[in-house]
Design a protein around this ligand. Sequence first.
Ligand SMILES: *Cc1c(COP(=O)(O)O)cnc(C)c1O
Ligand code: SF4
Length: 357
Amino acid sequence: MQEWIKELQQMVNTREKLADYVDITPDEDAAITTMRTRWGTTPYFASLMDPQDPACPIRRQVVPSLKEKENKYGIQDYLIHKENRAVGEKRPDCIARQYQDRIAFTVTDVCANYCRHCFRKELVVDQGLSLRFDVDEGLGWIREHPEVRDVLITGGDPFILSDEKLGRIITELRRIPHVQMIRFGTRTPIVLPSRINKELCEILGDFHRVPVWINTQCNHAREITEETARGVYDLMRCGVNVGNQAVLLKGINDDPQSFRELHQKLLTVRIRPYYVFYCEPAPGIDHFRTPVEKGAELIRDAIRGHTTGLCQPMYVIATNIGKVPLMPDYYLKEKTDEEYVLRNYLDQNTSLPVIPE
Ligand SMILES: *Cc1c(COP(=O)(O)O)cnc(C)c1O
Ligand code: SF4
């Protein structure tokens, strides 16, 4: 049996197993024992938690909190609204659509880590919502929609599927003439790096007309280890690029130092920052959310100009009408008839002549 499957069988998802990794606080204990919620992580990711500090940035993503019962600002039936499931064209359950040329293809609701801040919480964590994950139905729909050139396979975590299932999805998609790229959203390079093995690389790999791109989710520098570095390197060796989609999380990465360190460290293991998402208004995750402006402030104060352009994510709010970028806007200070006044990250100014149209 492959190592990653063994690890999944040993998921840290009971009070007893969690106690092997951390000193459980009374609050954590109450959350675990009284709340009906799916939770747990891999032994690997569990071992990265700080045993003594309940505010550990990894621990807060793993261990349930009583705060999840509070819901002052979350939107009810968030996922149905966000993924336009109740409006417009008829689509299979597994297809979410916000754009003309690309779709999200949901193939499972199983994950290797049940992130407490998950925006698909209703489906993945609380399981109050159930969808039909019929891969053949999804593939059929994609075949009939020639305008779809880019398929983003998501979940849950699609890399939890068996090699056989994953291989079949990729083979079938690559047979569709209008599919030009396949993307995966998976946290396995961060929470289960053993999943990136020889067998997986064979399925994803080699030169092909239709490339595979991966975006993972890493929210704090402490989540990055040698194991992740090895996994990402192996993916790149088989022609797969790896990007990151972080979530802006209060008390985890919303200070300039953590935010910059995260993005710098990603590059050291060859992961290219792609997006930072505003933490979405799904129910029960108020305690992870900051004001919307926070992300743009962090890009301004910690990233842009402070470190290489290679490690600049785009800050976006994912909404039902697509992703809306919200970047800092200090660069253009003013424009007169003759010149633009530009500002840099150190608050220095320079000017550029205006060219009339
Ligand atoms: C995020 C998302 C995509 C992909 O968006 P990109 O900006 O191209 O990464 C596509 N479809 C849906 C429904 C999405 O939520
Ligand atoms: S891996 Fe993704 S889908 Fe799964 S719980 Fe985490 S954020 Fe949600």
